[in-house]
Design a protein around this ligand. Structure first.
Ligand code: CDP
Ligand code: MG
Length: 847
């Protein structure tokens, strides 16, 4: 896998041709003679974009445009020195047969849609075609976006290996891009950030948006933006291409969307060589506990039927993995990782799809009915080979991920337990059997209340078929569906686009920062709901990121322009609420703390999951010990007095502080119930946020040392106010005795938007304190609606810091103070005059 290090010099002379015989590959470094224009400001760009929108119909994005191009440069061919075995492997890929067609289409059109079954070679080959055709030989490079980090990293390695040269990747925290980079894989979020810095993406000659069918939010936005950027580039004489690649799913969302592409772009279909896959449905009612032990047991049983597991196997491999594997087998258990089937995508906020280990006994249990074809499988299975089980999911350490692509230890068969990362993005070679639980775990948001919950639901028919298809890449295969055909019939045809399922305030802010004021008019492949857009705009106005609408009409048209504060906030790679905290963080030298808290809140779960079921008694007592230890540490980190009121955020700060003090070691994390990976991520994010803050306001000059002293009492007060300023719309008030309607409201909190009470979780630092007012990071619905990340608020701060949420009246008008009214505002027992001359000025300045 060292191929990427041995960079071979790129031979840009035109004498060698690849044996593909692509005699007609050429690049037009055409100067579409347009008068030179000065580098334009963002505002000008928007005007241009608007003008362009009108003109586009006539001059862009259709095959018609081809005739107006004049080839002016000689053809460029870049030869690639591939290893023979690599060359041989790629010649077998279906996409190779279409190389000429693809390259011709790319040459003649600015937009091309390429769709083909997963595994047909799109991701690995198309960048190579472009490279060989010289698209990276001028000043521009080839950019490929992936919705998932795993895919960006692993694909860059794969292409590097195939091409025998350096191919770079850039994901949120890491990358290996240099000034010599020619092909760059990145997550879609990374490219979106780049557009903010350089709207015309002048570094790139081609952008490939891969996995467009996944409909990740950033992918959708990128396609919308690029549909405008590419014509602008062409107009400026800096031609650029956009290739949208997708599995064969619902391409019409892109091609038939006139707002996006006035003339439909050509669609090239790659016919994949797919071997037949026999699909076996379960006869019985689907199992509810799909990740529980019962389910995994039955999967094991199924697999054992397909691959009978023989004891006393004499596999003779001395590798560490085989030794470990044999050890596990000796105990007659195979450790299957317990993983959430999480629809993870590379958004700035990481969803927790952490694994758990569940011991699986391969001995007992009742049989699960198999379809009629089970016998057919048994025939072919080699009974002497034990299973070598590997997990595959987004947050897995890269070296662990790479394992699935390597051959299993000698004498064992590979069994990969994967999230839907293996559904389309990654093709694991040689998979013959697929067991599909039919589920997908997704985060759902309530658009109005913002309450989120992880829900496991049935996947779509398209996804299920995609999963099945993975079994027939190299030879005929089998797919075992753990649900009945009747249930399958009830699945929706396609999965919903992510943009319709989640809050969009971060996207709206990013777009406003690109001077797209009327977000409703943006050419989204799927437009988010008006409700979601209004909620986003309102939140951003209340955070001060957008200018207050002068007239109601402006608000209604969702066209509030961005404020200077909003610009600063947009440059922080975190959601707007946290960005607001960073923007206010310089007071009383609080920035290092704000950065640490924001980083810890962004990384979803920093504490180890100690509530997992234990596999053995031994493990169970160990878990109990660790739970006790973590509880003790949480109390310690929460501190006393002033700091305790910062609540769960103080616990986060305390954990980060303590961990860094100990040098952020694996040992410290393990001893104290912290997730090591999360702590490393927080460290990186702190660095990244520090750089971002410094580049927005260099005068602050914050320097974050990994180690920091605990905040002083007055800093804690300031931190609480900064947190309130950011999370103001997440204010909750404890229900008072006289208001108790029924017992469910006991210890409950009332929020402006929810009718139901929300609660402080027993693990919260403030569970016993029950402050009168709190702000929370989010409400997550599990057994009850629990607030996560709770921090106490002094009542008198509310009218001062959250004026916009308050309704000021005289005590007579509002006899019951602090009542959350139905308008969602906090009624304050004070007059506006009182407010103005008001209470003690809080530590915070709101500029
Ligand atoms: O993008 P698409 O799904 O069309 O295919 P791809 O990801 O380009 O994969 C093409 C082929 O390369 C597949 O048959 C994979 O098995 C193989 N491949 C591999 O062997 N190792 C990798 N790390 C990536 C891909
Ligand atoms: Mg692909």
């Amino acid at each position: 896998e060292k191929a990427e290090e041995e960079s071979s010099d790129l031979d840009s002379s035109d004498d060698e041709m690849d044996d593909g015989g692509m005699g007609n590959r050429r690049v037009e470094a055409t100067n579409v003679s347009e008068s030179e224009e000065p580098a334009s400001s963002c505002q000008e760009k928007e005007v241009e974009m608007k003008k362009e929108e009108k003109r586009e119909t006539s001059e862009e994005s259709g095959p018609a445009q081809a005739s107006s191009k004049k080839p002016s440069e000689p053809a460029i061919f870049i030869s690639v020195d591939r290893l023979p075995e690599m060359q041989e492997a790629r010649l077998r890929l279906p996409v190779l047969a279409e190389e000429q067609v693809i390259m011709e289409a790319v040459r003649e059109n600015s937009f091309v849609v390429l769709c083909g079954e997963t595994g047909s070679g799109k991701t690995t080959q198309v960048p190579q075609f472009l490279y060989e055709a010289g698209y990276a030989s001028g000043t521009g490079i080839i950019g490929v976006t992936e919705p998932r980090r795993v895919a960006a990293v692993s694909m860059s390695h794969r292409v590097a290996k195939e091409m025998n040269l350096v191919v770079s990747y850039q994901i949120r925290y890491e990358g290996n891009v240099t000034c010599d980079t020619k092909i760059k894989f990145m997550t879609d979020g990374v490219l979106l950030k780049e557009i903010q810095k350089d709207f015309l993406l002048q570094r790139y000659s081609v952008i490939i948006i891969d996995e467009a069918h996944e409909r990740s939010v950033y992918t959708d936005i990128l396609i919308g933006l690029l549909s405008r950027i590419v014509p602008l580039r062409n107009k400026k004489g800096l031609p650029m291409k956009l290739i949208v690649m997708s599995a064969t799913l619902r391409v019409e969302d892109f091609t038939e969307n006139r707002k996006l592409f006035p003339t439909p772009p050509p669609v090239i279909k790659v016919e994949a060589r797919q071997f037949p896959v026999s699909v076996h449905f379960n006869k019985r009612t689907p199992l509810e506990d799909y990740t529980g032990e019962a389910e995994v047991h039955s999967v094991c049983r199924r697999l054992r039927r397909a691959f009978p597991f023989k004891r006393g196997n004499t596999a003779s491999d001395s590798s560490d993995e085989m030794k470990k594997f044999k050890k596990a087998k000796h105990k007659r258990t195979v450790s299957l990782p317990r993983i959430d089937l999480d629809n993870y995508s590379a958004l700035p906020v990481d969803e927790g799809d952490e694994d758990r280990l569940a011991g699986i006994d391969d001995e007992e249990g009742s049989d699960l009915e198999l379809g009629d074809d089970a016998a057919d499988t048994e025939e072919k299975a080699d009974p002497s080979l034990p299973l070598y089980v590997l997990p595959l999911y987004s947050l897995l350490a890269p070296e662990q991920q790479a394992k699935v692509f390597r051959p299993p230890p000698h004498g064992a068969r590979l069994c990969v337990v994967a999230t839907n990362v293996a559904e389309t993005s990654l093709t694991i070679p040689g998979i013959k059997y697929v067991v599909d639980c039919g589920r997908v775990k997704k985060r759902f948001y309530d658009r109005v209340t913002g309450v989120s919950s992880f829900k496991v639901s049935w996947t779509s028919q398209a996804s299920a078929n995609q999963r099945a298809g993975r079994a027939g890449r190299t030879e005929p295969g089998h797919c075992y569906r753990l649900y009945s055909s009747a249930v399958f019939g009830d699945f929706s045809l396609f999965s919903e686009a992510e943009i319709t399922r989640r809050p969009v305030e971060d996207l709206v802010l990013q777009m406003k920062d690109l001077n797209i004021d009327k977000v409703v008019n943006f050419p989204f492949p799927t437009t988010p709901s008006a409700e979601a857009l209004v909620a986003a705009e309102q939140l951003l106005v209340s955070l001060g990121a957008l200018e207050e609408p002068v007239k109601e009409m402006e608000r209604a048209r969702l066209s509030c322009p961005i404020s200077p504060l909003g610009r600063a906030m947009a440059s922080f790679p975190v959601s707007p609420r946290y960005a607001k905290m960073l923007a206010l963080g310089k007071q009383q030298d609080c920035l290092p703390y704000v950065i640490a808290v924001v980083a810890a809140m962004t990384v979803r779960e920093i504490f180890e999951d100690l509530d997992r079921p234990a596999g053995s008694e031994d493990e169970s007592s160990k878990l109990a010990q660790r739970r006790a230890r973590l509880a003790q540490m949480r109390r310690l980190w929460a501190g006393q007095g002033a700091s305790l009121l910062l609540g769960d955020l103080m616990v986060l700060l305390g954990a980060v502080g303590a961990c860094e003090f100990a040098g952020c070691t694996l040992k410290f994390c393990e001893e104290n119930g912290l997730r090591y990976k999360a702590m490393l991520e927080i460290r990186r994010l702190r660095g990244q946020l520090t750089n971002a803050v410094n580049s927005v306001c260099p005068e602050v000059g914050v320097f974050v040392d990994c180690k920091m002293a605990p905040p002083t009492e007055s800093q804690v007060v300031c931190l609480r106010q900064i947190v309130l300023a950011g999370l103001g719309d997440h204010l909750a008030r404890r229900v008072q005795q006289e208001e108790l309607l029924d017992s469910k409201w006991r210890n409950g909190y009332k929020t402006p938007l929810l009718d139901e009470p929300v609660y402080i979780h027993p693990s919260s630092a403030l569970f016993k304190t029950l402050p009168q007012f709190v702000v929370y990071q989010e409400v997550l619905e599990t057994t009850k609606m629990y607030m996560r990340g709770v921090s106490a608020v002094e009542p008198e701060w509310v009218p001062q810091l959250l004026t916009q949420y308050c309704h000021f009246g005289s005590p007579l008008e509002t006899p019951s103070p602090w009542l959350c009214s139905s308008t969602g505002r906090v009624k304050c027992h004070c007059t506006s005059t009182f407010f103005r001359c008001g209470w003690q000025l809080p530590a915070i300045e709101m500029d």
